[in-house]
Write a protein that binds this ligand. Structure first.
Ligand SMILES: [Cu+2]
Length: 263
């Protein structure tokens, strides 16, 4: 049997650059660069708003930075794919020269992702410790959030030991917060793991049975914001809803007084 052995290509001498190839190269490299630079001048909230809560102020730049990193990596990778597809396409049928164990490239594509992950981790750890830090001064308000299958209990100790608002899947509860005043939350669970999640405030913290979690934050703008459980916790998990109602400090005092009067 006569088999045709693959031919190993010798390195080709570089072709002189034409005007057309220079133009194509300029477009291929310039468009992603332009896209990147214009994106930097005004980065959108990418689904989140600035300043709604004290957590947004810390989390939003992290969220935007992670997306910019992903964009740069994505554009660079797509550029490499397009570059090799367009500028290294051989027109003849011969089998190309095969390269194995190119140590410098293998080291490079191991180290670069490691550096990216390490930088993202460092910023995440820094911001997480800022978000979970306790206020040096005494906070003005305390609210306890208890996860139950399948709703929420909000306790307002300022209004007395029995000031507990319990929701149901049919009647989701309302969590009142005073605008601009820091609230210390205590988070716990009566049964399984739940996730206390206020998407607009970029807040998610777990309610764990047998463990008490703490989080302090300030709500900055008046209004109603949807909240939900984001840990699959059983049959009616999807109905474990609540509303965060940010009111003026005076309205919050009225609400606390109404809870006191109801006992
Ligand atoms: Cu749940």
């Amino acid at each position: 049997m006569r088999g045709k052995r693959p031919t190993i290509l010798e390195p080709m001498s570089p072709k002189p650059r034409t005007r057309k190839s220079t133009l194509v190269r300029t477009i291929a490299l310039g468009v992603p660069l332009l896209f990147f630079l214009t994106g930097c001048s005004s980065v959108s909230g990418l689904g989140f708003s600035k300043g709604l809560s004290s957590v947004n102020d810390t989390s939003l730049p992290l969220w935007q930075g992670a997306w910019i990193t992903a964009l740069v990596v994505g554009v660079f990778t797509a550029g490499l794919i397009l570059w090799s597809s367009f500028f290294h396409r051989k027109k003849n049928e011969e089998f190309p020269r095969q390269i194995q164990y190119h140590i410098p490239i293998e080291v490079l594509y191991t180290i670069i992702p490691f550096i990216i992950v390490a930088v993202l981790f460092a910023f995440t750890a820094r911001d997480e410790s800022r978000i979970t830090a306790k206020s040096p001064s005494k906070v003005m308000h305390n609210i306890s959030v208890n996860g139950i299958q399948w709703s929420w209990q909000f306790e307002y100790p300022e209004a007395g030991p029995n000031a507990i608002v319990t929701g149901t899947p049919l009647n989701p509860p309302v969590l009142y917060m005073p605008q601009g005043e820091r609230v210390a939350f205590t988070l716990k669970s009566s049964d399984v793991v739940h996730g206390f999640w206020i998407p607009a405030f970029m807040i998610q913290i777990q309610n764990l049975p047998g463990v008490t979690n703490h989080l302090e934050f300030t709500a900055n703008k008046l209004g109603d914001y949807p909240g939900r459980c984001n840990i699959l916790c059983g049959r009616d998990h999807s109905r474990m809803l609540f509303t965060v109602r940010v009111v003026t400090p005076a309205q919050y005092t009225d609400y606390i007084n109404s809870l006191k009067a109801a006992q």
